[in-house]
Design a protein around this ligand. Structure first.
Ligand SMILES: Nc1ncnc2c1ncn2[C@@H]1O[C@H](COP(=O)(O)OP(=O)(O)OP(=O)(O)O)[C@@H](O)[C@H]1O
Ligand SMILES: [Mg+2]
Length: 179
């Protein structure tokens, strides 16, 4: 991880899981979705910023896809590689919120996300999931949660760490239960 968007800090809480295959990544993302939903139900007007970090092909989009679907989105989750941002309005039980999924890899300028009018997405109830936050060179609002994905020994193995960086993030990851 490079850049100053996610400086080396001590997380307030952490959850680490070794996923031996994609189905285990799916299971973790869905467990995370359940925990986030619980937080959103208690904080229906609040917003969480979540970074997805890892090398090309680490599984950031794959994790985001299972997470967004785990929260109740029933359609496709496209990679936002070319559009930079894809919105997913979710209505579930009494909850109504939006997950904005970003991939900033192709930004030519660190402020392109602002020029594209995306700043308002950081205020709406719900969450922003951001791949390649380092491309914005520290211009994004602070993160509540950092997800790090790392390749393992086998091509389908990933080590996934979920770090809470704020008090809100800490509560939001608190009830992750993969059993
Ligand atoms: N355990 C696993 N967890 C996640 N993805 C896995 C796993 N095993 C295999 N894969 C595969 O790895 C690939 C990950 O690609 P993905 O597009 O999610 O990566 P990415 O980190 O978003 O890359 P990029 O930086 O290009 O956006 C997918 O083809 C997925 O099926
Ligand atoms: Mg991706």
């Amino acid at each position: 991880m490079t850049g100053n968007q996610t400086p080396q800090i001590t997380p307030k809480a952490s959850f680490k899981q070794y996923c031996r295959q994609e189905s285990e990544t799916a299971k973790l993302a869905k467990a995370f979705a359940v925990s986030l939903e619980q937080w959103i139900s208690q904080n229906p007007h609040a917003h969480l910023n979540i970074s997805l970090e890892g090398d090309l092909g680490a599984g950031k989009t794959t994790f985001a896809r299972y997470l967004i679907q785990g929260m109740g989105h029933e359609g496709r989750v496209k990679s936002p590689t070319y559009t930079l941002c894809e919105p997913y309005p979710i209505q579930k039980n009494h909850l109504s919120f939006t997950a904005h999924h970003f991939d900033l890899y192709r930004m030519r300028d660190p402020l392109e996300w602002q020029e594209a009018g995306f700043a308002e997405h950081f205020d709406v109830p719900g969450l922003c999931l951001i791949e390649w936050p380092e491309k914005a060179e520290g211009t994004l609002p602070p993160f509540d949660i950092q997800i790090q994905l790392q390749a393992g020994a086998d091509e389908n193995e990933r080590s996934i760490t979920i770090n809470a960086l704020s008090e809100a993030g800490k509560t939001a990851i608190d009830s992750i239960d993969i059993n």
